[in-house]
Design a protein around this ligand. Structure first.
Ligand SMILES: Cc1ncc(COP(=O)(O)O)c(C=O)c1O
Length: 402
C-alpha cells in the first residue's frame, strides 16, 4: 500500500469537526512504513519498541498486522508488568531497573509462567544482586538479558561514539557476566542485546552539513563492521555454555545493517512507524510522516506572522534545534529563531504564514516518536478521508511511565 498524498487540505477536511490542539496517526503512512521496515529486516523478526509508540491500541494493531512483528521491547518494569497484565506476550525490558517493588511483582509473574515471563536487562553484578534480593528460596528463576555496549571505540579507545549504557564491551566482559549469572540458579540468562544507537539513531544526511554527513558515514561504516565482528564473537563465546533464545540489535535507522548479521536473531524498530522529524535525514531509507499534531492559529502579531496556541513539545536528547517540533503543513512555515516552539504560543513565519488567519490550523511533527503521546490523551486514526478511530495514548489511560 502506498501512502496517499499528505496535504493541508486533506487533513483540514478530515478533521473539520475536531477542535485543535489534537494529535493523530495517518494509518496508510504508518502501514507503508511498517512494510518498508519489514522489507529492510529481510525476514528477521522485528521486536516493536513500545517507547516509540506509547499507545496500546496501536501496539496491538502492529503486532496483529504481520507475524514478523514479534514481541515488544519495553522501557520500564511497571510498564512491562502492565502490558503483561493486558495479555501482551514476549516482553523484553531494554533498560535496567532498580524498582524493587516491581521486581517483586515480576517474581510472582515468573513463578506463575516461568517460560513466558518478561525478560529484564542486566549489565553488572549489582543488577543481579538486586534481582536476587526479591527472590525467596525456592522461587522460580527470573529471566535476564545482557546488554552489551555497542559503541565504537576509535583511536585506541580515546574516542568513544555511541550510547553510554552498559560497561560490558568485550567478549571477556560478556563471558564474565554470563558466568556470574550461571552461578546463580535463580537467574536465567536467555538473551543478549546490543543497541548501536550511533548508527540506528543518527541520520547520515543532516541537511546543509556536508562535512558532518561525511564524518557520520565514515563513523557508521567503521562502527557497523567492528560491531558485526564483536557481536558474533560474543555470541559464539556465550554459546559455549548458555543457550541464548534472543540476540537483539538495531533500531529503525539500522534495520538492514543489523539484520544482515548472522549472529542476530531479531531486530528492533519503533520510531519508524510514526516516522518523526529526526528520521527524515537518512540515506538508506525514507519513511512517510505518519504522526502529527494540529494547533490553532490564535493571533497575528504582524501580517506575515501567524501565532499558534501551544506547540512547545520538545524532544529529549542533546538540547539542539533538531529537538524542536517541525512545522509540516501547510508547507513553507518556519519557527521563530528566538522563540522556537513555545510553552503556550508558537509564532510561525515563512511564506505560508502570511496566508494564515485566526481560526486556521497548522500541522506539526514531533522530532521523536513516542514522546508525542505524553502530550495528548488520544490519537485520531485516519484512513483515506475519514477518522476511523480515536484511541487512548498511554497518558490517556492514566499511565505515565517516564
Ligand atoms: C535498546 C534499544 N533498542 C532499539 C532502539 C530503537 O528504537 P527506534 O526504532 O524507536 O529508534 C532503541 C532506541 O532508543 C533502544 O534504546
Amino acid at each position: 500500500m502506498s501512502a496517499p498524498p499528505q496535504s493541508h487540505e486533506r487533513y483540514e477536511q478530515v478533521f473539520s469537526e475536531v477542535e485543535a490542539p489534537f494529535a493523530f496517526v495517518d494509518l496508510e503512512a504508518m502501514w507503508a512504513n511498517a512494510d518498508s521496515m519489514l522489507e529492510r529486516a529481510a525476514g528477521k523478526p522485528v521486536r516493536v519498541a513500545s517507547k516509540s509508540i506509547r499507545c496500546r491500541a496501536l501496539l496491538e494493531a502492529v503486532l496483529g498486522r504481520d507475524e514478523r512483528f514479534r514481541g515488544l521491547m519495553t522501557y520500564t518494569l511497571p510498564e512491562t508488568l502492565w502490558l503483561a497484565e493486558q495479555e501482551f506476550e514476549d516482553l523484553l525490558l531494554a533498560y535496567p531497573t532498580a524498582d524493587v517493588g516491581a521486581l517483586e511483582e515480576l517474581a510472582l509473574r515468573s513463578a506463575a509462567n516461568p517460560e513466558g515471563a518478561p525478560i529484564v536487562m542486566v549489565d553488572c553484578v549489582e543488577h543481579l544482586e538486586m534481582i536476587q534480593s526479591v527472590l525467596g528460596t525456592g522461587a522460580a528463576p527470573i529471566r535476564v538479558c545482557i546488554d552489551v555496549d555497542a559503541s565504537w571505540w576509535w583511536l585506541g579507545g580515546r574516542v568513544k561514539v555511541g550510547p553510554k549504557r552498559s560497561p560490558i564491551h568485550t567478549v571477556e566482559d560478556a563471558v564474565a557476566l554470563a558466568r556470574e549469572i550461571e552461578g546463580r540458579p535463580q537467574i536465567e540468562l536467555d538473551a543478549l542485546m546490543a543497541y548501536e544507537g550511533q548508527i540506528a539513531g543518527v541520520g547520515d544526511r543532516p541537511p546543509g552539513q556536508a562535512r558532518r554527513a561525511a564524518a557520520i558515514r565514515f563513523m557508521q561504516r567503521r562502527s557497523a563492521a567492528e560491531l558485526a565482528e564483536r557481536r558474533a564473537a560474543i555470541v559464539a563465546a556465550l554459546s559455549e555454555f548458555v543457550e541464548l533464545e534472543i540476540v537483539n540489535g538495531g533500531g529503525t535507522g539500522s534495520l538492514e545493517l543489523t539484520a544482515a548479521e548472522e549472529a542476530v536473531t531479531e531486530v528492533t524498530a519503533g520510531s519508524g512507524f510514526y516516522a518523526p522529524a529526526l528520521f527524515d535525514h537518512y540515506s538508506r531509507f525514507s519513511l512517510a510522516p505518519a504522526a502529527g499534531f494540529a494547533l490553532p492559529i490564535v493571533r497575528k502579531p504582524s501580517p506575515r506572522t501567524a501565532t499558534a496556541l501551544g506547540g512547545g513539545y520538545l524532544a529529549s536528547g542533546a538540547g539542539d534545534t533538531a529537538r524542536l517540533p517541525a512545522p509540516w503543513l501547510p508547507s513553507g512555515l518556519e519557527l521563530d529563531p528566538e522563540e522556537g516552539a513555545g510553552e503556550v504560543q508558537t509564532p510561525l513565519h515563512g511564506p505560508a504564514a502570511a496566508q494564515l488567519d485566526i481560526g486556521d490550523r497548522v500541522y506539526l511533527r514531533h522530532a521523536k516518536a513516542g514522546e508525542l503521546c505524553e502530550r495528548f490523551d488520544t490519537l485520531y486514526l485516519v484512513e483515506g478521508d475519514a477518522i476511523v478511530d480515536e484511541v487512548p495514548t498511554y497518558r490517556g489511560e492514566g499511565r505515565t511511565f517516564l
